[in-house]
Every structure is written in structure tokens, then in C-alpha cells.
Design a protein around this ligand. Sequence first.
Ligand code: SOE
Length: 377
Amino acid sequence: MTTEPLKVGVLGYRFMGKAHANALARLPMFFPEAPAVERHTLVGRDEAALADAADRFGFAHTATDWEAAIDEVDVFYNLGPNHVHAEPSIAALESGVPVLCEKPLAPTVEEAAAMRDAAAATGVTAGTAFNYRFVPAIRHAKRLIDEGELGEVRQVRGRYLQDWLVDPEAPWAWRMDADMAGSGALGDLGAHTIDLVNFLVGDEAGGIERVSGQLTTFVDERPVYDDDGSVDEYRDVTVDDAYSAQVAYESGATGSFEASRVAEGHKNDHTIAVHGTEGSVRFSLERLNELEVIRGGNRGYETVLVTDETDPYGDRWWPPGHVIGWEHTFVHESYEFLSAVAEGNSFEPSFADGYDVQTVLAAIERSDERGEWVAVE
Ligand code: SOE
């Protein structure tokens, strides 16, 4: 019996569209048992740019109307700006179409709650695209923590630094607008950190109970440029350029997190560390094939090359030591998501996981506004 390929519809054709389309294209070669997929419809607003992207990314059809596209496909990837996450994702789920939605799940807790509830009510597979959960080193760290190798978790640290907004003349974009994005470095980068620490230590340390946060905007308005490169207007920046937060876990563990878009010299520098009573792990996205580990009574860090025996996806790619990169996380993510879809299973990170992150983001904003520690609600 042959099964028809799953028709995938993708909303968004820029950075994330490219990353996910590449993942879909790689799947049959490296994960032959993955469900067959057809890159069916690419959805966007600008017809010319859309047609060009569809051509390059291997999509047979384009649509400027997401509602019509959802009717035509079996699976929907929502990679649009944050303010277009909720409505199309909920509509897809209500039509029985599984959804993988980019992070943060929504600009507000209310929208994220509606998305979580739609996933629960329909029982249709829904995932939040926290791709860094699919880095082999992160999987390895999770296994070590779950097996008790670090003992009791005491401290968690997460830092995500970028520098693309150092220049005050860097162009305005939707990511700088609170209505469209929700928040800035906090939601865009901090969401990854919070999801990763939830994934890594959530079972051990429980949830994040209280937070003390600070958000800062260094550049209040940014230019919008004409096609000829001259400044058309200046638009307000209504989100943070950087945030930091102290957090308290249910277990008594503590954490400190920060992210920035104005950290000169850091392009995509995401680091996570966990310290327990018997060991530590630390991870840097810039060295994603490695995990540094202290365990078993040792006092110093040992570097584990994750392309060796510890990599759950290692046999799919290259011989040990032949490193993988950022784009592979999207392939692993699509493999797990589409396998869950084909089997009618749930997927993690789920919409509920995306919602949990959103409650921490909101608490950090609330704490900043009030100037005091607040509970995560
Ligand atoms: C922002 O620059 C960004 O593209 C994020 O939106 C992604 O989630 C992150 O993985 C890389 O940086």
C-alpha cells in the first residue's frame, strides 16, 4: 500500500521559511523512514517575492490567502511574524490540520492560551518550533540531568547575545513593534533560553515560580528606508533591545537569564549552563557539536564530542567527528514533528510548552513594569 505524501503548507518565506524548506528537502535523503512530504503551498503577501521563493524552495503552489491554503494542505507550518501566529494556527487546528508554529508562540499570553486550548480541544498535533531542543548536545545534557548525573539542580544560567541592532541606523522591522512581536530580545531570544531550561531542568527543578526582570530599549526609533536607500521616516521602537532576569524555581534552585540584540561582537551566541550538587553541564551554540560536562566526582570540565556515540541522530549524518550545524536542528525538528503527525501523536515542544514560556516572558515584563519580584501566573 502506498501512502500519499503529506502536503505541507508554509506561511512565511524569508529566514525561517528558508530554514524549514531546507529541512523538508533534506528529510527523504537522511531520514528515509520519515513520512513522505510534498512542499505544496507557500503563503505570503508579496506575489513576486513569493513566486521567486516558491521556485527556489521547491513549492509547487503559492497563495496570498492563508485560509484558502489551509484547505489545500495536510500540515501547516506557521512561520509568519508573531502577530499572525494565533488566528491561522487555530483555524488550521480546527480544520484538523496539524500545525508547527514558530516561536514565541504569540505576542501575548492570551493568544498563546487560545492556541494551547485549541490544540487541547481538537487533539490535533501542534508544536512550537523551539529548534534548539533538537541540538544533539542539548539532548545529551537532558539525558545526563534526567539520569541524576548532576545531582540536585542548584543553578541555571542562560544567555543569548546578538549584535544586529548595535547600529542606531539599522532598519526598523516588525520585530521592533510590540503589537506585532510582543517583546524584543526577550520574546525573540529569551523565549529560546526559557524553553531550553524548561526542557532541561523542568522535571528536576519544577517550574519557574518567581522572576525579577529588567527590559531596556537603547534606541527609541529606527529608520525605514526607501528602495533607493534614503530614509523615508523614523518609526518608534516599542520593544526591548535587551533583558535580564533572575528567577526562582519551585525546588529552590535559582537561575539568571539575559538576551541582547545590541551586544557588539556576538552574532548568535546562545549559552546555557546547569550546576547541580554533583556536576555541571555547559553548552554554547557556537560550538554546538560539543557539551562540556563535570560528573562522577571529577572537578574539571570534560568536553564530550556529541558527534560520537551520544548523538541520537548521529547515524543519519556523517561519520563521528564530521560536524553538523544550525540547519540540522530544523531537520531533526521536522523529522520528529512529521513522524508525530503521521502517527497521530502529540509532539514536544507542544503549544502548551510554548504557552508556559509565554507566562514567564509576561512575568518578566510585569516585574520590569512594577520594579519588583513577581509570581509567574
Ligand atoms: C533573530 O535574529 C533570530 O533569527 C531568531 O528569531 C531565531 O529564533 C534565532 O534562532 C536566531 O535569531
